[in-house]
Structure formats: structure tokens, C-alpha cells
Design a protein. Sequence first.
Lengths: 197, 173
Amino acid sequence: MPDRDVAPDIVPETPCPSRPSLPALAQVMLKVGATGFGMGMVGVLQQEVVTRRSWLTQEEFADGLALANLLPGPIAVDVAVYVGYRLRGWIGATLCLLALLVPAFVIMLGLTIAYLRYGQVPQLHGAFKGLNAAVIALVLSVAYRIGKSSLKSAAQAALAAVALVAAFLHANLVVLVLACGLVGALFLSSRPKTVMP
Amino acid sequence: MNLLRLALVFGKIGAVVFGGGFVMIPFIQREVVQHYGWLTQQQFVDAIALGQITPGPILISATFIGYKVQGLTGAVVATLAVFLPSFLMTALAARQMMRLRRNPRVGGFIRGVLPAVVAMLLVAAITIARSTVWFDWRLLLLMVVALILLVRYKVDAVYVVVGSGIAGFLLEC
């Protein structure tokens, strides 16, 4: 692939010091995908894209992070797609997504095949029980993290309580999420400041 | 047929995981384990654990489930389907960035969604616990220790998962 580091047709108001080539972009995303875990990917991504290569400014990157928080999907993946789109449009976005996923996909596939073949070995039963404990702790820690930052008003606490009952009663989860979002859009848009103690 | 269903289920999950990849857990539990029975509860929990020790996003657990249902093709389909909605939304939203961020309704929507996410995660944790660690005080203790390490000491999730696996292995010996 030709290396086009300098794009003459770049829009002047885009405050982007250097527009990376597609292979360079793919290389960075492969690295992020292979070395970052979960939210840790955002840190690696920021280091590569902002600090080391100055492809985006800190503010532009923060915009992407804010956007990722508004949209569904893993934060790091959303940010990577945002970076790809900002730098190289749709092709960049697609390339970033795929390059980010390839290392994880290959490793996960290998682990899956190994698990399905050797997972029933009795010696490993204990280890998998231990993993159960870890997964429950992880889910609770994420609930705690999101709860701490989002349950800031009595209205939101009430919404969580209603959702808790609904989820226990096997309500459709997609409907539940969208209904709570609708309630939020109607009644929580003005950012109430009644902070709970 | 299975492939189409796989794509639809994971596409739907990918479109509603507000708040990060972990939010897929309640949805996957409901759809993949309870509704379609593609995985046992134990396999589901193991898929999450494997997703955690794999670099990259936790949603990559979709690869495991896809492979279990339909081999390599299933793995590719499930993985692409789960990431497609957020990919499309992010790329489209990147153009509308400023307008979107200033719209108070968007902020309100998210402020409404996140409490529901917290509730769903709690229910998912309880459901997993009831089928596993509930009846074994040593595992409950391990769970509490893991939680403290994660929340209080901010230990990286990878180490907690690997450590818990080793601890469980040693407990069984």
C-alpha cells in the first residue's frame, strides 16, 4: 500500500498536525488490541495517538471519550472507531475496528478451542470455580463504579430501584434499558443537582 | 438459520450495551443461556473469564459463544455482529459530535439508562452467584476478597481473574 503521510486535500480547519497512513493506523490499533485489557486499552490508545504520535490533540481525544460514554459499546472500541473516523473517514474507522479486534479474536479463538477440549478435565474444576468468584466480583465492581458515578439524584436511585425489581421479575432487558433512557430524556435532561449524601 | 439468529442476538446486544462491555453480561445470560440454551451457566461464566484474560475488549467473549454454536463461521459472525452497532453509531456520531454533546436529551437518556444498567448488573451477579459460589463459603470469601482488591485497591482485573483461578485450583487440591 502506498504510504501517504501528507494529504494535500486535508481540510484546513481540522486541527490535525499529521494524517497517518492506513498501515500506520492499523499498526497502532493492532498494538493497542494486543496489549490493552478492557478499559486499559483507552490508556494505551491515548498514549499512542495523542502523546507519542500527536495524531489528535488531547481535547479531540477527550471528545471521543465523551462520545463513547454516550453511545453503546465498549468505550475503548468506540474511541478507536472515533479516532479512525476523525483521521481517515469510513475506511479508517473500519480498519481501526478490525485491527483492534484481530489480536483478541485470535487469542480468544485459541482459548475457546482449548477450553472445549480440555475444560472438562477434573483437575481444572477448582480453577473454574475460582473464576466464578472472580467474575461475580468483576460484575459487582462494575456495578459499583457505574452506580457511584450515575446514581447522583433521588430520581436516579428510584429509577435503579424500579429497574432492579423489573429485572428480577424477568422484564425484557432491551425494553427496560430503552424505557429508562426515555424516562431520563424526558425528566433528567436538565441535570438535577439534588446530590444524595 | 443458527447463523442468522446468532447475528440478530449479538447485533441486538451490541446495540444496547450502554456503559461498556460488561453490560453485555445480563443480556447474554438472558438470551444465550436462559432463552436459547446455547451455553450452560458454567460455560457462560467461563466465557466471561476467558474474555477477561484475553487482551482487547471484554465483548470478545462473543467469539467463544459464536464458536460454540457454529464453529469458526459462528465465531466470526457473532464477533462482527456484536461490534457492528456501536461501530456504525460511533462513526456516524463522530460527524455530529458537537450537536450530540450539546443536546440535553442525549445526556438525559444516558442518565436514565445508567441506573438501569446498575440494576441489571446486580441481578446478573446474583444469578451467577446462586448457581455457583452461594453454597461454598470458601468461594464466597474468595469473591469478597476479589471484590475488595478490585474496588478498594484497584488491582488490574487480569490479575484478579488469574489469581482467583489459581486460588480455586489450590482449594480443590
